[in-house]
Design a protein around this ligand. Structure first.
Ligand code: SF4
Ligand code: SF4
Length: 409
């Protein structure tokens, strides 16, 4: 992409990085074909190529306004465009760098500001989130359907088994939202890993991965969460923990960002880099042959797997989950347009409810096309979002496997 950026603009490191990302774009437009918002709206500015032009105008200080902010806000940061792009344009990095810059130039409306502030005030803090959920969960059944759908059902906590003290240890992220809406997921991970000879270590001093703040452009706040987690894990890492595992792929992708996020922090840069290097999706570290030896489903239930965007486009590891599910005996149904986002996308469903809902309805139709008995996924946001409309149970893939441990092993 040809662009004329001033020396002054390029003297800023983030601007220079954005300019370099944009230069890789050859305007081919292949990315529009797989962009969910372009498909919904058919507007060039709601596709990746158009948004790249908007960021170019931002750096050229040429006509940046509310419309720039609106079109960047509509982007799910799902990264489907990155998977499609033949030139390897790092689109998500470009948008993450551009958003805070746009927010400095364009004032947000009051309602939008309050929404964003409330999300940051509540969502990353499990106790606050639990307090906010308490009454709506109690009244959930009495609420009209449109409100009922928004409130996650209270979880039935399954009994946890005592973990053995294995030589192989890995750190497990507790997370934030998942603590109140999906505790059985980490319990399932601990049981399965334990059975396969790996001890997963939790540390209550860790918390939100920082993704909520990061995606809302609050970079300093995201750094605070990252430092908190790094501090909580330092001892375990120093005593031999071999990996940092997260059962929510949105968090896994964020943990991978720690090295870049804290690269200028003299106290944390080296430790952040170490965490980034050790971050893994559970499916990457599970021994699939061993898993198949210890866990088997009696008949081959047909399930639909929804690979979260963060897992398929961000981490590129969703094929490992498929391998694990097949090894245990599940039959995976055909799902059309698998690359498209379900509309959850972190805080997107709260900030862009209309687009999010349209994507959800399309995704539910695609997942149900081959008549599965359940839907499996790998990210708490996607699970909660899909449950709003799915006619079948929606569960984390580790929860699907957990009950099928072969007797006596
Ligand atoms: S990240 Fe997703 S929504 Fe955003 S431009 Fe790329 S494909 Fe479209
Ligand atoms: S596919 Fe890649 S190179 Fe082509 S327009 Fe999109 S971002 Fe640019």
């Amino acid at each position: 992409m040809r662009a004329k950026f001033s020396e002054e603009v390029l003297s800023d490191r983030d601007n220079a990085e954005m300019a370099s990302i944009m230069r890789a774009c050859v305007h081919c437009g292949f990315c529009n074909a797989t962009c969910p918002t372009y498909q919904l709206r058919g507007n060039e500015l709601d596709g990746p190529r158009g948004r790249i032009y908007l960021v170019k105008s931002l750096l050229e200080d040429d006509g940046v306004g509310e419309s720039t902010q609106t079109h960047l806000d509509r982007c799910l940061t799902c990264r489907a465009c990155e998977t499609t792009c033949p030139s390897g344009v790092n689109y998500s990095r470009l948008v993450e760098l551009a958003r805070p810059l746009v927010d400095k130039k364009v004032d947000r409306g009051r309602v939008d500001k309050i929404k964003r502030w409330l999300i940051r005030l509540i969502v990353p803090y499990p106790r606050r989130f639990a307090a906010v959920l308490f009454l709506p969960q109690l009244l959930k059944r009495a609420l009209p359907r449109v409100l009922n759908e928004l409130i996650p059902a209270k979880e039935n906590l399954l009994p946890t088994q005592k973990q053995s003290n294995h030589q192989t240890k890995m750190i497990l992220l507790d997370g934030c939202v998942q603590q109140n809406t999906g505790s059985n997921i980490n319990a399932a991970a601990k049981d399965i890993f334990d059975c396969l000879g790996v001890q997963l270590l939790s540390n209550s001093a860790s918390g939100c991965c920082g993704a909520v703040s990061y995606h809302l452009g609050e970079i300093e706040e995201a750094k605070h969460f990252a430092r908190q987690n790094i501090d909580a894990w330092t001892e375990a890492l120093n005593t031999g923990a071999q990996a940092v595992v997260s059962t929510s792929s949105g968090c896994t992708v964020m943990l991978k960002e720690y090295a870049s996020l804290l690269r200028d922090d003299l106290d944390y840069a080296a430790r952040a880099k170490r965490v980034t290097e050790l971050v893994r999706d559970p499916a990457e570290v599970l021994d699939v042959d061993l898993l198949g030896e210890f866990y088997q489903v009696p008949s081959s239930p047909r399930i639909a797997f929804h690979p979260p965007c963060t897992q398929q486009h961000g981490l590129g590891v969703s094929h490992y989950v498929r391998g694990c599910l097949k090894a245990v005996g599940f039959e995976l149904t055909k799902v059309s347009d698998e690359h498209l986002c379900c509309g959850s996308a972190g805080t997107y469903s709260l900030l862009q409810p209309k687009l999010s809902r349209e994507l959800l309805d399309r995704k539910i139709a695609a997942l149900g096309g081959d008549a599965p008995s359940a839907i499996a996924s790998a990210n708490i946001g996607c699970l909660l979002h899909l449950r709003r409309r799915a006619p079948t149970p929606v569960v984390h893939w580790l929860e699907l496997i957990r009950p099928h441990r072969l007797g006596g092993r």
